[in-house]
Design a protein around this ligand. Structure first.
Ligand code: ADP
Ligand code: MG
Length: 250
């Protein structure tokens, strides 16, 4: 479902991604671990063409992201087509990124209405269903500032689901939460994983990774150092850097 091949990304002189290859099968969960600054967010953002890569290709469900081929040249897609592709990817950020002037329900309804030109009245029942599903159905009319961090993040997850995306990307979805609110958000993500969503989750929650990941990928310095099933990467890492990192976050 997701295919990342030979991806390089520079910010000026800084090479942040140094040749990343990553495949995620349909229905599979990949957890990305790695130290701060190792390129995890840049990789997720590249999958969604929020960052333009300097080299390499990204495909989602077989479709080249951000570009189209003409002869042997690649041309960047028009904004409209980029937005259409982006609507196939649900993105959940560390800091929720909800619209503060919209209620929970309006936050969820917004994308299908503006990106897919669906009717508000038609989207609303589905949006309410999604809020129920993430356990904040009774908060539909609340504004983000009236919600706890855990509730806001669950609204953000409902919003990401509203476009019925092919894949879900989570960038440290619980890092900004008070410790007692982490569990309720992880539970929602676990349930989505059980239901067969294809997802990539950047997190430092090792226990959670062990529970839901089909594949754990450890990134350091813009390279994949090690990847494999949780039992290998988390419990029996081959590389010293992986071992050192895991012992630090446990
Ligand atoms: P991580 O998510 O693993 O903490 P990031 O992908 O956010 O790492 O960042 C990787 C490196 O790229 C860091 O050194 C960061 O400072 C740098 N970086 C990220 N975004 C930008 C940007 N827009 N401009 C310049 N440097 C950036
Ligand atoms: Mg990051």
């Amino acid at each position: 479902m997701i295919d990342v091949k030979g991806v390089h990304k520079n910010f000026g002189d800084l090479e942040v991604l140094k040749g990343i290859d990553l495949e995620v099968q349909a229905g599979a969960v990949t957890v990305i671990l790695g130290p701060s600054g190792s390129g995890k967010s840049t990789l997720l953002r590249s999958i969604n063409h929020l960052e333009k890569v300097d080299r390499g290709l990204i495909r989602i469900d077989g479709e080249l992201i951000g570009y189209r081929r003409r002869g042997d040249k690649l041309h960047e897609l028009r904004e409209r087509d980029i937005l259409r592709q982006r609507s196939q990817v649900g993105f959940v950020f560390q800091n929720f990124n909800l619209f503060g002037h919209l209620t929970a329900l309006q936050n969820v309804v917004e994308a299908p209405v503006s990106a897919q030109r669906r009717k508000r009245s038609e989207v609303e029942p589905f949006a309410r269903e999604l809020l129920e599903r993430v356990g904040v159905g009774e908060k539909a009319d609340a504004y983000p500032r009236q919600l706890s961090g855990g509730q806001q993040q669950r609204v953000a997850i409902a919003r990401a689901l509203a476009l019925k995306p092919k894949v879900l990307l989570f960038d440290e979805p619980t890092s900004a939460l008070d410790p007692e609110l982490v569990g309720e958000v992880l539970d929602v993500i676990k349930e989505l994983a059980r239901d067969g969503s294809t997802m990539v989750v950047v997190t430092h929650e090792i226990g959670f990774a062990r529970e839901i990941a089909d594949t754990v990928v450890f990134i350091d310095g813009g390279r994949i150092v090690e990847s494999g099933p949780p039992r290998e990467v988390l419990d029996n890492p081959v590389h010293e850097r992986t071992r050192a990192f895991i012992s630090k976050v446990l």
